[in-house]
Design a protein around this ligand. Structure first.
Ligand code: 13P
Length: 258
């Protein structure tokens, strides 16, 4: 069975709620003109925009996700948001372990693992991000780093949950730099990730898990990246802020899924 494609936008810390609502209206119009039934679509937005986006995308094929969550259900964690709080407003997707959170907010393999456990417990689909820095790639450590992040993040996670996860391979050197990984580089690492998943959960489970590529995905390179056998989708930063660009990227799957 072919895996479904899943294209998600990561808005990072961009857009006001008013701007998000305008985006949703424009994106829905583009989808009415040219629907994309071959892929699941989602926008991962800042917390304050989630409720408005849920409403604006209701009845459409676009899901709404958060970009982070705490691992506890509740507690004295000033400034944090829990999985049940996201669920309450209808959000059932969440990016976990993005490299910007690892880099600037002290996210570790261990906190990522706890957040993944919490996401599954709340029936939130995690988009679990992994990827090496340029220094690590240049030192020949890319595969070792990605394998460590993957195994540590999924530590203790049973197969029944793991098959619902989305793994996003995002080489840090390709994020926001305009320097995308080549389709061959991206495929090579995504195939390696799937092999590692085989060793963790077996062939059948690994075959079901959605692996996205992220890092300077644009309308110009989306088709080639998405055509790779182990790349099942994309996590799109900058280009997801512009409705036409994001629609064009999502539409790249139409070229290949018949
Ligand atoms: P860019 O598409 O802007 O490079 O960002 C990628 C990213 O970090 C998505 O999570």
């Amino acid at each position: 069975m072919a895996r479904r494609k899943f294209i998600a936008g990561n808005w990072k810390m961009y857009k006001t709620t008013a701007e998000a609502t305008v985006f949703a209206q424009m994106f829905r119009m583009l989808l009415e003109e040219k629907p994309i039934p071959q892929a699941d679509l989602a926008i991962c937005a800042p917390f304050t925009q989630l409720a408005a986006l849920e409403e604006a995308f209701r009845g459409s094929s676009v899901g709404v996700g958060a970009q982070n969550m705490h691992f506890a259900e509740e507690g004295a964690y000033t400034g944090e948001i829990s999985a049940p709080m996201l669920k309450e407003i209808g959000v059932d997707i969440c990016i976990i372990g993005h490299s910007e959170r690892r880099q600037y907010f002290a996210e570790t393999d261990e906190t990522v693992n706890r957040k993944l456990e919490a996401a599954f417990a709340a029936e939130i689909v995690p988009i679990f991000c992994i990827g090496e820095t340029l220094k690590e790639r240049d030192a020949g450590q890319a595969f070792a780093v990605v394998e460590r992040q993957l195994r540590a993040g999924l530590s203790g996670i049973p197969e029944a949950n793991a098959v619902e996860a989305v793994i996003a391979y995002e080489p840090v050197w390709a994020i926001g730099t305009g320097r995308t990984a080549t389709a061959d580089q991206a495929q090579e690492m995504c195939a390696f990730i799937r092999q590692t998943l085989v060793s963790l959960y077996g062939v059948e489970a690994a075959d079901r898990i959605c692996i996205q590529y992220g890092g300077s995905v644009k309308p110009e390179n989306a088709e080639e990246l998405l055509a790779q056998p182990d790349i099942d989708g994309a996590l799109v930063g900058g280009a997801s802020l512009v409705p036409e660009q994001f629609h064009e990227i999502c539409n790249a799957v139409s070229a290949m899924v018949k």
